[in-house]
Design a protein around this ligand. Structure first.
Ligand SMILES: Nc1ncnc2c1ncn2[C@@H]1O[C@H](COP(=O)(O)OP(=O)(O)OP(=O)(O)O)[C@@H](O)[C@H]1O
Length: 457
């Protein structure tokens, strides 16, 4: 396959890979000065009308869904030989299949990936689309300023929910495909994708693809220490009878989120520690050492997930956010009108920006704004409580910040806990206003965010 020079205005750099129906190239958009991935319909399929239409339909679905959890499509075009191509952001970290081929995943990382893959599939289900080919190689990874983005890709087999009953050609990948996808003519619904999510979960957790259905070996037998709730969820998603599966991607993802909140998850010993080869024993020694060290650095360090730093206000604020929450950020988001301040904006870092304002959505994240002066107590800042119901009040005093935190452990009508804090800087005439939404009441996470957040000196 000869390397073309350009596709439209995109200068080709190198071949990225070829699938059954298309070839993907790394190219450069010289006008916007950014790398892109260009997917081109393969020559041998160019004159097959149904394949051509499916290719264009994939681009349309991705464009219409326009979600941060899915690969976005920026442009579409046609080559001189009539083959269509479409242009996507370049996923520079490869796919989840590449990741699991390199190393076994810690449980927390596997659950983070599953949550994000589940969000992508949820967007498709809301859009009225069944993916039909969810598997690790169809989930791409891209670097972003706040960590790794997970992007569900390759909708080459996607079908509209309305059109999925009646005759449909068999499609999918063995190992990840639901039993109802194995023959043509099956009437499919979103539970086919739930099966595939279960299969991906099985592989991320155990390092092995599930056997052909019926799956009888639960993940816990291959990786002792897997929480029972996770084991049950994966086995229910892999049920042959789809009525026994979670009803859609959202239900599956909500349950993964709840399991992620189990406090002891992060202290679970890496599973490869139990393996016997020599180098693996060496890893075991290192892992044990790390646990001891974590134990000596105090309660906050051992109970908190990893934090990442997001800078705001011309690098003035170095906001610490749990890595798992740092999925999207909005630099310059308006301060809620209830907070009386001369400064009008702050930074929001969250698992889902759109869900932040939706009271019923499960979302985790931090909103932070800097207010001039230090005399802002929460009573003067807040015009009423953000949540009905009982509030827990406490003081916070650290080397960088001191002030008050109020947390609503449960907030009527919305999942998770909400907290606000007003914290005066120990070094400047500045107050840090914080709002934290988390899936459950975890005051230690709030404390670790505050303790690791600082102003540049
Ligand atoms: N936006 C992207 N950025 C980086 N690499 C990409 C991007 N999109 C696809 N690729 C890579 O290009 C290759 C071909 O992708 P494609 O979607 O055509 O097929 P596939 O998923 O490998 O196979 P099949 O479609 O047969 O299941 C894969 O290795 C994929 O990881």
């Amino acid at each position: 396959m000869a390397q073309p020079d350009t596709f439209g205005r995109y200068r080709v750099i190198r071949h990225l890979g070829s699938g059954s129906f298309a070839t993907v190239w790394l190219a450069h958009d010289d006008q916007l000065d950014t790398p892109v991935a260009v997917k081109v319909l393969a020559e041998n399929w160019a004159h097959q009308l149904d394949v051509h239409d499916r290719f264009v339909a994939e681009a349309r679905i991705l464009r219409q869904a326009d979600s941060a959890w899915l690969v976005r499509v920026h442009d579409i075009g046609t080559l001189s030989d009539e083959r269509p191509y479409f242009v996507m952001p370049y996923a520079d970290q490869g796919s989840v299949a590449d990741l699991i081929a390199k190393r076994p995943l810690p449980l927390d990382e596997a659950l983070r990936l599953l949550t994000e893959i589940g969000q992508g599939v949820t967007v498709l289900h809301r859009h009225g689309t069944i993916h039909r080919d969810i598997k690790p190689s169809n989930v791409l990874l891209q670097s972003s300023p706040v960590g790794q983005r997970v992007l569900v890709a390759d909708l080459g087999f996607a079908k509209s929910i309305d059109g999925a009953s009646g005759f449909t050609a068999a499609a999918g990948t063995p190992g990840y495909m639901s039993p109802e996808q194995h023959g043509p003519g099956g009437d499919l619904d979103v539970r086919a994708d739930v099966y595939s999510l279960g299969a991906v979960a099985y592989e991320l957790i155990t390092g092995r693809r599930p056997p052909a259905p019926p799956v009888r070996v639960p993940p816990r037998r291959l990786r002792p220490g897997v929480p029972q709730a996770l084991d049950e969820l994966i086995m229910s998603a892999l049920a042959e009878d789809r009525t026994a599966r979670p009803p859609d991607a959202k239900a599956f993802t909500d349950r993964i989120r709840a399991i992620r909140m189990v406090p002891d998850l992060r202290s679970e010993l890496p599973w490869w520690v139990r393996h016997r080869s020599l180098w693996r024993r060496a890893v075991a020694v290192l892992a044990a050492l790390a646990l001891v060290l974590a134990g000596t650095t105090g309660a906050a360090a051992s109970s908190t997930r990893a934090l990442t730093e997001v800078r705001y206000a011309g690098d003035e604020l170095h906001l610490a956010v749990p890595q798992a929450w740092a999925r999207q950020f909005h630099n310059g988001r308006a301060v809620p009108s209830a907070v009386e301040s001369d400064r009008t904006s702050g930074v929001l870092v969250a698992t889902d920006l759109e869900a932040w304002d939706e009271p019923r959505a499960s979302v985790a994240g931090v909103f932070a704004a800097l207010l001039p002066g230090t005399g802002h107590d929460l009573d003067s800042l807040l015009d009423g409580a953000p949540c009905p119901g009982p509030v827990e009040r406490r003081g916070f005093a650290g080397p960088e910040w001191s002030g008050e935190i109020r947390q609503w452990p449960s907030c009527a009508g919305r999942p998770g806990a909400v907290a606000v804090a007003s914290l005066a800087s120990a070094h400047r005439e500045t107050t840090l206003y914080l709002e934290v939404r988390q899936p459950g009441r975890r005051p230690d996470v709030i404390d670790s965010i505050i303790a690791a957040t600082r102003l540049s000196r």
